[in-house]
Ligand binder design. Structure first.
Ligand code: NAD
Ligand code: DAU
Length: 357
């Protein structure tokens, strides 16, 4: 038996592959296109691990998918691959439609024909697990209850709309064709190997080099943060114990305002880099023009996965954030490698001439 993951060279996928290779003997195959967000350096510690296979390719490449499924005969396919950054989806939505919608469709088609030809009991035991986001539920008001699995979809960005479309396709392949699917909708992740276009690693790297810390709007938007290792553990629990056809919300019960997150990061850096000439790092905070259509608040109600499957996060926001800052401090070569080249083009595009809040 084996499993295939897609997008395993990105942030969450790489954390998943690394923990799988450390703790399971079952082979894992990683199909990744290596876009700007896919980084083989995230997996370099695997070396020539006997249970790990990397294949460079697109989830929309039907011929490649058919070959991979026939060669590896997986018991499960986990779909992490996506275009994942909201700001990029505002500048250029097309890649999001291509990968998140059309790519997921092609993947589902190939999985369907592979699954339909499986003998029993492999057909019964097969799983397609789709990794999705809480952003499909839209934006909450300050006193609204947290997102449940039954909350109506109301995506507001091209990114979240493309993820919502992919979730609907997954649902349709279950109901129409009987493909045994599982969907997870998780809140904001943070931790090692996150590409520094996202809030937490961007603020850490900017602060370390004395650059402005660009807070969008009034900094009062709320996100519900989860350490990436806890997300990966939840996905494994859903894969092994989740009920076919169900969706599971995953979250850390850790709502924070953006400004508070940035201030906490600054305080951690003041403590962990006492020799920095940029202390106190808080003075680098700069309010910039808001993200268009910026969702005000996300919050996850994770009651279902806790009560049905027994999953709970092991990190608090304080412990996870400390681990994360330490990881970025200890892995400067990884950071330097990422922040050269095309990363600079993105930073210029999103932040130069953005204007004040
Ligand atoms: P990421 O952007 O860091 O990584 C995405 C990976 O997918 C990259 O390795 C990239 O090369 C690969 N990829 C992109 N297009 C591809 C294609 N067409 N074919 C094959 N590979 C392709 O993303 P992430 O933050 O690790 O997110 C992983 C998944 O989790 C996504 O589906 C995302 O929507 C979801 N998610 C992310 C978060 C978060 O906070 N980061 C939270 C909830 C859900
Ligand atoms: O909720 C899950 C989602 O979380 C995932 O589906 C997405 O893939 C992931 O990117 C993340 O989306 P967000 O838009 O919430 O994450 P981001 O890190 O881009 O921004 C977090 C908050 O910080 C958001 O309110 C915007 C704000 N922000 C972000 C950046 C990059 C800033 O204030 N300044 C910034 O420079």
């Amino acid at each position: 038996m084996s499993i295939i993951v897609t997008g395993g060279a990105g942030f969450i996928g790489a954390n998943f592959v690394l923990s799988w290779a450390q703790s399971a003997t079952e082979p894992i195959v990683n199909l990744d296109k290596l876009t700007y967000a896919g980084n083989p350096g995230n997996l370099v510690s695997l070396g020539t691990h006997p249970s790990y296979t990397f294949v460079r390719g697109d989830i929309g490449d039907r011929r490649l998918l058919a070959e991979l499924l026939a060669d590896h005969r997986p018991r499960a396919v986990l779909n992490f691959a996506a275009e994942s950054h909201v700001d990029r989806s505002i500048y250029g939505p097309e890649d999001f439609i291509q990968t998140n919608v059309v790519g997921t469709f092609h993947l589902l088609e190939e999985v369907r024909s592979y699954w339909a030809a499986l003998p029993e009991p492999q057909q019964r035991d097969f799983r397609f697990l789709h990794v999705s986001t809480d952003e499909v539920y839209g934006s909450l008001g300050p006193t609204d209850p947290a997102f449940r699995e039954t909350t109506a979809y109301a995506p507001n960005s091209p990114y979240s709309a493309s993820k919502a479309a992919s979730d609907h396709l997954v649902r349709a392949y279950l109901h129409t064709y009987g493909v045994p699917t599982l969907t997870t909708n998780c809140s904001n992740n943070y931790g090692p190997y996150q590409f520094p276009e996202k809030l937490i690693p961007l603020m850490i790297l900017n602060a370390l080099s004395g650059k402005p810390l660009p807070v969008y709007g009034d900094g009062q938007n709320v996100r519900d943060w989860l350490f990436v290792g806890d997300h990966c553990a939840a996905i494994r629990v859903v894969l092994e114990k989740g009920r076919v056809g169900e969706t599971y919300n995953i979250g850390g019960n850790s709502e924070q305002r953006n400004l508070d997150v940035v201030r906490t990061l600054c305080a951690l850096l003041d403590e962990l880099v006492p020799t920095s000439s940029y202390r106190p790092h808080e003075k680098l905070i700069t309010y910039v023009k808001d993200r268009p259509g910026h969702d005000r608040r996300y919050a996850i109600d994770a009651t279902k996965i806790r009560t049905e499957l027994g999953w709970e996060p092991s990190e608090t926001f304080a412990s996870g954030l400390r681990k994360t800052v330490s990881w970025y401090l200890d892995n400067r070569a990884w950071c330097d490698n990422i922040t050269s080249g095309s990363y600079r083009t993105w930073m210029d595009r999103n932040y130069e001439n953005r204007g004040a809040a």
